[in-house]
Design a protein around this ligand. Structure first.
Ligand SMILES: [Zn+2]
Length: 142
């Protein structure tokens, strides 16, 4: 066992579907690179604030989902849980969002997480595989 989830990751897994929690909690221990869960369950207000970014608010666009007409998989489903998490690699002593090796490390982590999901007979999608809205920190249940 190389790594374990820190307090921030555990807090961000609260309200996330148990199957997704299981994948992440299993994956961390022998992940090729340490990681932090930076976001899990999202309120509608939070989704709306993210949607406003790059539109009516400053900053880059980070989502095409407005939270009302289209709901993010981070928002609670009818089962009460969020079905998505955002992860960043943790190296050189901190969570790395913009380091030149962030994407390379996310790719390593994603390969590992997919393998863990398969071993648990669960299906996961990685935003790094998406063409329409490339989103490499994002993982969601399928
Ligand atoms: Zn996400």
């Amino acid at each position: 066992m190389k790594y374990r989830l820190g307090a921030r990751s555990l807090r961000n897994l609260e309200g996330v579907h148990p199957n997704l929690q299981k994948i992440i909690k299993t994956a961390i221990s022998d992940s090729p690179v340490d990681f932090t869960v930076v976001e899990g369950l999202r309120t509608t207000a939070r989704q709306q604030a993210l949607f406003a970014q790059g539109r009516t608010q400053p900053g880059p666009r980070v989502t095409n989902v407005d939270g009302i007409r289209r709901r993010s998989n981070h928002q609670a489903k009818p089962d009460g849980f969020g079905h998505a998490v955002d992860i960043y690699p943790y190296f050189l002593g901190q969570v790395q969002v913009n380091h030149k090796d962030t994407i390379k490390n996310l790719r390593l982590i994603a390969g590992h997480i997919k393998k863990v999901a398969r071993s648990l007979n669960l299906e996961i999608s990685w935003g790094g595989d998406w063409r329409s809205f490339y989103d490499p920190p994002h993982f969601e249940l399928r």
